[in-house]
Design a binder for this molecule. Structure first.
Ligand SMILES: Nc1ncnc2c1ncn2[C@@H]1O[C@H](COP(=O)(O)OS(=O)(=O)O)[C@@H](OP(=O)(O)O)[C@H]1O
Ligand SMILES: [Mg+2]
Ligand SMILES: [Mg+2]
Ligand SMILES: [Mg+2]
Length: 355
């Protein structure tokens, strides 16, 4: 009934939201809260997609798109985190600037009713912007910091392709938890007509797991066992401005890779590598001045580590999540099974660093 204001369709809700008080839950509080928040945000994205109109998307200062779904997903996750962990910091991608001003009232109202359509305790008009802006923490090297991408791969979302809701908990510079909701990702890539909607959970020292949105049953996931990079399937961004497709093609050819790359938006790339559907993920700098954001990598990074892989930058340095909102000392990302990561890095260094 809360949806009347938006007219958004509530009939495509397939997610069975994890219950906070589910007794047999094997997850700790921080894990249950993060899963619950990501599933509710995923639900918003699923139900809004069919109804999106042009005016639901705004172009930000950096010329990237943001939609009502990104804002309401961030509001929902921030609200749920704050209810249980009021002292934790949040580094979230979005801020409320675009929702302010008289000409943005309609947009703001849509964001509010969408958020409230999945929240148990609704936000009021005055709370919305502050709740979104709770994601403005500068980050840093101590304490509990959540890294949130309310929609990673907004361009993929708008195309009806891959995107994800990414949430990670960083404690004293180390990622302890990663939760990724991928509403458009096939549960099994080999069954294209099959079910879509996957939730990934990685807990430091405990492994990486996948759930279907339609069930709370989990399966542990691992990278595919691979001994030679030549047999690898590699994935990279759809968007050539985000990752150099030319450099990736050269690296692949040097490694003897013959399979064409899998183009996919968002941290879904980390997910498909983590569960063994692809073997390598390359994000290769296009611009020297671009700093990667922590919310674009933190959840994916722990997922890969817990599934048996290695994540580094192109210089083979681990990603450093303790330096603020961006990965100031890292360039690009190279993900692969621990057995072949070294070989991939060797070729990356020969080809990219010497150009
Ligand atoms: N220049 C540049 N270089 C690298 N990455 C960039 C760049 N510009 C943007 N972004 C971020 O890429 C996020 C989407 O990921 P993609 O799957 O398109 O690309 S990538 O694999 O991360 O390169 C996308 O995240 P969302 O904005 O959440 O969609 C951007 O934060
Ligand atoms: Mg964005
Ligand atoms: Mg992103
Ligand atoms: Mg985003």
């Amino acid at each position: 009934e809360e949806n009347n204001a938006t007219g958004y369709d509530d009939s495509i809700l397939v997610i069975e939201v994890f219950d906070d008080d589910e007794e047999e839950s094997k997850y700790e509080l921080k894990e249950t809260v993060a899963i619950n928040a990501v599933l509710r945000a995923s639900k918003i994205c699923q139900k809004v997609f069919q109804k999106l109109v042009m005016s639901d998307t705004v172009i930000k200062k950096d010329r990237s798109p943001v939609t009502v779904a990104d804002f309401s997903a961030q509001a929902v996750v921030n609200k749920i985190l704050y209810e249980t962990f009021p002292n934790d910091l949040i580094v979230g991608e979005e801020e409320s600037g675009c929702l302010q001003g008289d000409n943005r009232k309609e947009l703001k109202n849509k964001v509010l009713s969408l958020a409230n359509s999945v929240l148990d305790t609704p936000l009021n008009d005055n709370e919305l912007l502050d709740t979104i802006n709770r994601g403005s923490s500068p980050g840093g090297s101590s304490g509990r910091i959540w890294a949130l991408d309310p929609i990673d791969g907004t361009k993929g979302f708008l195309r009806g392709e891959q995107f994800c809701i990414g949430l990670a908990l960083i404690i004293d510079r180390d990622v302890h938890l990663g939760v990724l909701g991928c509403p458009n990702l096939l549960v099994d890539l080999k069954t294209p007509e099959g079910e879509k909607g996957c939730l990934f959970v990685a807990i430091k020292g405990k492994g990486a797991f996948q759930h279907k949105f339609s069930s709370t049953e989990e399966t542990q996931i691992h990278l595919a066992d691979i001994s030679s990079p030549s047999a690898a399937l590699f994935c990279e961004s759809v968007v050539a401005e985000h990752s150099s497709h030319g450099d990736a093609a050269k690296i692949a050819s040097f490694l003897g890779i013959t399979k064409p790359p899998l183009h996919m938006d968002s941290m879904c790339k980390y997910c498909v590598v983590a569960r063994g559907d692809a073997d390598i993920y390359l994000s290769l700098p296009v611009r020297v001045d671009y700093e990667e954001n922590i919310w674009d990598h933190a959840a994916g990074c722990i997922l890969i580590k817990e599934a048996g892989g290695i994540v580094s930058d192109i210089n083979n340095k681990p990603l450093d999540f303790s330096l603020g909102r961006t990965l100031k000392t890292n360039k690009g990302v190279v993900v692969a099974h621990s057995k072949i990561h070294g070989q991939v890095i060797d070729v990356v260094q020969q080809l990219i660093l010497k150009k």
